[in-house]
Design a protein around this ligand. Structure first.
Ligand code: PLP
Length: 447
């Protein structure tokens, strides 16, 4: 099919109902191709993908080994009900368990991240016989009923009242500390004390799970201070609470580790994943299950399932992606990018631009938090701004796009989240464009 740009736009407008959007107010770019860190539209404009689409194309676009794995599987066996055993399904699960922390050996496959979180909560509730789930304010866990109820950000509001039993807590975020902390150590200690208090007053015996994004993604790339995850692990152990690490965005090389928890040596009870597992070439997510929780369902049926759990095309793409990531050392490359390229270059931008309040991140997972005033830390646009209120960020994004960089923008932040395979040259060229766009952001500063 080779529709021209206008035909694609017209058909899209007439028939495609887009996520999170007022349908009459959007003009989606008609994209026709992609390779590596780049994609292009039907008019021939090329964009450096500084958002990895929705932070999922960790291995880059159109990786030949992943494309070939899908093509080969399509010719062999395109679909299979979840009740059967199958070579690529078994191999994908084996490979995922192999790169997972010790003692996590089983995988329940889902279609994406939201349903992975739904099923993690279901497992935690059945394993513990308890119902409450603690989830962070600064979080996103997906848009299905349970996952949106876990979600802390404003995308939840329209779906309320949601799943009962969710209790919200503040995670660590020193730049805008909920605890009036002034150092990482203080933030860590106070965030843990807050969580302990919450467990006390909610009643430990009612709490099935504490859910967290190991490194908070869309809500700010919030890297936990050293000791925080270990502290949460300790609280969970003390009270028999299941620790669920949502690594849908942070996992599979994004943080310079297979799983972000590896950076702190903490082993959760359940890890949810999606996105980077196969870079989204075919929809896939899943729950990695500790041996203890898996044993709960040895002689008791697990009351959950999906027609496409362990879909052969998705599993083949995961086998292709994980194998290529190993061979090409994509995890190591993401770590090096963070340490040697993205981190230093972004910190240099902060030196130059008064609108940059903070630079934070690791691996290929970075945020620039933009402010009107560095002293007061007033955000460049208000929390959850839209329309005219969001104009400064819209102007920043428009400048990036006009210069051929597709940015990730959320509230008053831009996230620098290119494929983990991006070349140093492309990464630095993209950051040079951010440099120019930050001149525009600087124009909105009040000091
Ligand atoms: N969890 C996290 C941390 C995410 O970032 C996302 C999506 O952005 C999800 C869950 C939901 O994943 P999906 O959109 O595949 O349902």
């Amino acid at each position: 099919m080779d529709h021209d740009a206008d035909t694609i736009r017209a058909l899209d407008k007439a028939h495609v109902f887009h996520s999170w959007s007022a349908q009459a107010q959007i003009a989606p770019l008609p994209v026709v191709g992609a390779e590596g860190s780049w994609f292009w539209d039907a008019d021939g404009n090329r964009y450096l993908d500084f958002s990895s689409q929705l932070v999922n194309v960790n291995i880059g676009h159109q990786h030949p080994a992943v494309v070939a794995a899908i093509q080969e599987q399509a010719g062999k066996l395109s679909t299979l009900a979840p009740g059967f055993a199958n070579d690529v399904r078994a191999e994908a699960a084996r490979l995922i368990a192999e790169v997972a922390p010790e003692g996590m050996n089983k995988v329940f496959f889902t279609n994406g991240g939201a349903d992975a979180n739904e099923n993690a909560v279901r497992m935690a509730r059945l394993h513990t016989g308890r119902h409450k789930v603690l989830a962070a304010y600064r979080s996103y866990h997906g848009a299905t009923a349970g996952a949106i109820a876990l979600t802390g950000d404003p995308r939840r509001w329209a779906s309320e009242p949601g799943m009962p039993g969710v209790v919200r807590y503040w995670g660590p975020y020193l730049y805008r500390s909920a605890f009036h902390a002034t150092t990482e150590a203080e933030e860590c200690e106070r965030a843990l004390a807050h969580l302990r208090d919450l467990v006390m007053v909610e009643g430990a015996a009612t709490i099935a799970a504490i859910v967290l994004e190991t490194v908070v993604g869309t809500n700010g790339i919030l890297v936990p201070p050293d000791g925080y995850l270990a502290g949460v692990r300790e609280i969970c152990d003390e009270h028999g609470i299941v620790l669920v690490a949502d690594e849908v965005m942070a996992g599979f090389a994004r943080c310079g580790e297979w799983f972000a928890v590896d950076r702190w040596g903490v082993v959760p009870d359940l890890i949810t994943f999606a996105k980077g597992v196969n870079s989204g070439y075919v929809p896939l997510g899943g729950v990695l299950i500790s041996d203890a929780i898996a044993a709960t369902f040895d002689d008791r049926p697990f009351p959950g399932g999906l027609t496409y759990s362990g879909h052969p095309l998705a599993c083949a793409s995961a086998v292709g992606a994980i194998t290529a990531m190993r061979e090409e050392k994509v995890v190591e490359n993401a770590r090096r990018l963070g340490d040697d390229v993205l981190g230093p270059a972004l910190r240099a931008l902060a030196e130059k631009h008064p609108s940059v309040g903070e630079v934070r991140g690791l691996g290929a997972f970075w945020a620039l938090e933009l402010v009107k005033d560095r002293t007061t830390r007033e955000p460049l646009v208000p929390y959850n701004a839209s329309g005219a209120d969001a104009a400064p960020m819209a102007a920043f994004a428009a400048t990036c796009k006009a210069e051929g960089v597709w940015p990730f923008v959320h509230f008053n932040r831009t996230h620098v989240v290119p494929p983990c395979t991006i070349s140093d040259e492309d990464a630095l060229a993209g950051i040079a464009v951010l440099d120019a766009a930050l001149d525009v952001a600087d124009g909105y500063c009040t000091t």
